[in-house]
Design a protein around this ligand. Sequence first.
Ligand code: NAD
Ligand code: UDP
Length: 311
Amino acid sequence: MKKRILVTGGAGFIGSHLCKRLLAENNRVICLDNFFTGNKTNISPFLSNPDFQLIEHDITVPFEVEVDEIYNLACPASPIHYQYDPVKTIKASVLGANNVLELAQRTKAKVLQASTSEVYGDPIIHPQQENYWGNVNPIGLRSCYDEGKRCAETLFMDFHRYYGVNIKIIRIFNTYGPNMQKHDGRVISNFIVQALQGRDITIYGVGGQTRSFQYISDLLDGMIKMMATESSFTGPINLGNPCEITITDIAKTILKLTGSQSQLIHAALPPDDPAQRRPDISLAKTKLNWEPHISLEEGLKETIAYFRTIL
Ligand code: NAD
Ligand code: UDP
C-alpha cells in the first residue's frame, strides 16, 4: 500500500523538489499550496501523474485530508516575500502549524515542521547547536518570520507532549538550487540572475556577513531520513552545510562560475541581518547518519545552468 504524503507549500522551491522525490519513491503525494510564492510550472511535470494531487488552499484555514505523513513547508521564506504582508506570514506559520497538527492528531499521521536557522536570530553562539536558544528581536521586520517559526516549534512540541502527536522538527539553513524564483530576493538567486544579465551585483552592507549554503538534494536526503526516525526522536535538528562563506566571496565565486563582467556594488544592509550563520551538524551526523555531499561549486554550477534556461 502506497503512503499518502501531504506536502504543504509543495509548489515552492523546496516543496516541488520534495514532491518529485516522494513520487519517485513510489508514494502518493498531495500538494497543498496557495501559490503565494509557489509556481505552477514547478509542479506541472507531476500534474498528469495519478499519484499526485493538487489542493489549492490557504494553510491558515483548516482542511481535511486522509494522510500518513505531512511535511509542513507552507510559508514564504525570502525576506522580501515574508515582509510583504507580515501579518499573513506569522499566521501562515502559527495557524498553519495548528492546522497541520490537528490534522495529524486526527489521522495519526507523522508531521515534520520545516523550521529554520532564523530561530537562532543574529546568533552570539557560533556555530549554532540545537540547544542554543537564539538571539531574536521580537519586534523587528524579520520577527514575523523568526517568531512565527519559533512559535510553530512550540506548538509542535506541545502537541507532542500533551496529545502524543508524532512530530519532527528540522531547522533548515540557507538552501539553494534549481526552481528558485528569479525574483525571489534571496542572495544566491539574486547574484546569479544579476551576473547572467550583466547587471551590478548588489552586496548588502560591506559583505563580511556569513552564511552556509546547502544544495537542495542534500537537504532532501536529510528531510527524508528525519521523517524515518523512531517516534521518540522529535528533534529539533539542524540540516545545513557547515561550509561557511562571506557574502562578498559568494559574489566572487558566482562571477567566476558565470564568467560575468558584472561589478560588485554595495547597498544598505537590511535591519537585523544576521552577521554570521553556520550549523553544527553533529546531531544530524549521529542520529541520521547524514551530512551534505554537494560542494558549493557543484551546486552553484547546477543552479546557474537552471537560471540560464529560464532567463
Ligand atoms: P518558497 O517560498 O519557494 O515556498 C513556500 C511555499 O509555501 C510556496 O509554494 C507558497 O506559495 C506556499 N505558501 C506560502 N504561504 C502559504 C499559505 N498561507 N498557504 C498555503 N501555501 C502557502 O520557499 P522555500 O525556500 O521552498 O521554503 C519552504 C519552507 O522551508 C518554508 O517553510 C521555509 O520557511 C523553510 N526554509 C527554507 C529555507 C531556504 O533556504 N530555502 C531555509 C530555512 C527554512
Ligand atoms: N544579500 C545581499 N544581496 C542580495 C540579497 C541578499 O548581500 O541581493 C545578503 C543579505 O543581506 C544576507 C545574505 O545575503 O546577509 C543572505 O540573504 P538571504 O535573503 O538569501 O537569506 P537570509 O538573510 O534569510 O539568510
